[in-house]
Design a binder for this molecule. Structure first.
Ligand code: 13P
Ligand code: SF4
Length: 308
């Protein structure tokens, strides 16, 4: 059991949450990077794209988002008539904070006509200034859907470079990156390969380019899970946030997974606990809302992505 609380406490909190969830007509969505026990009480666990698709189609009255702020904000943008709750309001994403609407407006002024592809790891204000959103699982498809020369990819430079390389297409990049994936070094990969010579190296495209070059497979969290499931290989070195190991062990109980570095832990993703989920369901707070004028414009960029 990889829970960060005792089995006894898990059972007690899970029971309380189940009752409250029914009372509140709530759905609990969780990202693969969440604590194992949080993933296990969720109605749906997925990658960023799957989570926004769930948020867009749910008929629940309350969405409890176990993830980081931009994910809950996307749910509020897509489902304005729902109450969207982020159990830990301080769960932000440092990468999303690396671009702001003012800076983006200044760039667009400098390069008139530039089309902006915005990774969902961004604020609602930034999405509102963008042409189309993408996630790590559809970035290539989204860029491919655009005509024209001037395309700016924000805020993740690594994901942008990955898409540009696959499509062999020049893109403009914003100097943003994920502080968690950036901790992974080439040395970590070679050490892991030495210790596990039969393992395949699977990494997230938020990793730096020099790390992606070392990988046998690059994909979103859902992509990495599907790859491991379908692979004949029995061992994998995993280059993404530690939370994914929980699902990998669940769906591939006969396979071995080694985290490429112990430092692959996102503190923001880990700040949601079962106690906070329970308390949030009781108080129906902290809520995430988006100003209507921003929401409508941000939704256009998200809808264009979802339509693909
Ligand atoms: P995906 O689950 O879409 O691969 O996103 C990774 C991530 O870093 C979310 O913060
Ligand atoms: Fe942001 Fe990286 Fe944490 Fe994802 S893992 S929430 S991109 S800091």
């Amino acid at each position: 059991m990889d829970y960060t609380i005792s089995e006894e406490l898990f059972q007690a909190l899970a029971g309380e949450i189940e009752t409250l969830k029914k009372e509140r007509k709530a759905i609990i969505l969780a990202h693969y990077y969440q604590r194992p026990e949080v993933q296990d009480i969720a109605d749906f666990v997925g990658d960023s794209l799957q989570l926004s698709q769930q948020a867009a189609k749910t008929d629940a009255e309350v969405i409890v988002f176990c993830g980081v702020h931009f994910m809950a904000e996307s749910a509020a943008i897509l489902s304005p008539d729902k109450i969207v709750i982020l159990p830990e309001l301080n769960a932000g994403c440092p990468m999303a904070d690396m671009v702001d609407a003012e800076g983006l407006r200044a760039y667009k002024k400098k390069v008139p006509g530039v089309q902006v592809v915005c990774y969902v790891n961004s604020s609602a204000e930034v999405k509102a200034e963008s042409d189309i959103c993408c996630t790590s699982s559809n970035a290539v498809k989204v860029v491919q859907s655009l005509q024209g020369e001037d395309i700016l990819f924000i805020p993740d430079e690594n994901l942008g470079r990955y898409a540009a390389k696959i499509l062999d297409r020049p893109l403009q990049f914003w100097p943003g990156y994920c502080k968690t994936h950036d901790r992974l070094s080439k040395e970590d990969i070679s050490k892991a390969r030495e210790a596990h010579p039969l393992a395949k190296v699977i990494v997230h495209p938020e990793c730096r380019e020099d790390i992606c070059q070392e990988a046998d497979y690059i994909g979103s969290t859902a992509g990495l899970i599907t790859y491991a499931q379908n692979s004949e290989n029995k061992e994998f070195i995993v280059g993404t946030e530690s939370g994914i190991l929980h699902r990998l062990h669940q769906v591939c109980p006969d396979k071995e997974f080694y985290l490429a570095s112990e430092r692959l832990v996102c503190p923001n993703m880990k700040s949601t606990t079962l106690v906070k989920v329970r308390d949030a369901l009781i108080a129906l707070s902290p809520r995430v809302t988006v100003k209507e004028e921003i929401r409508v414009r941000a939704k256009e960029a998200l809808d264009r992505m979802l339509a693909l």
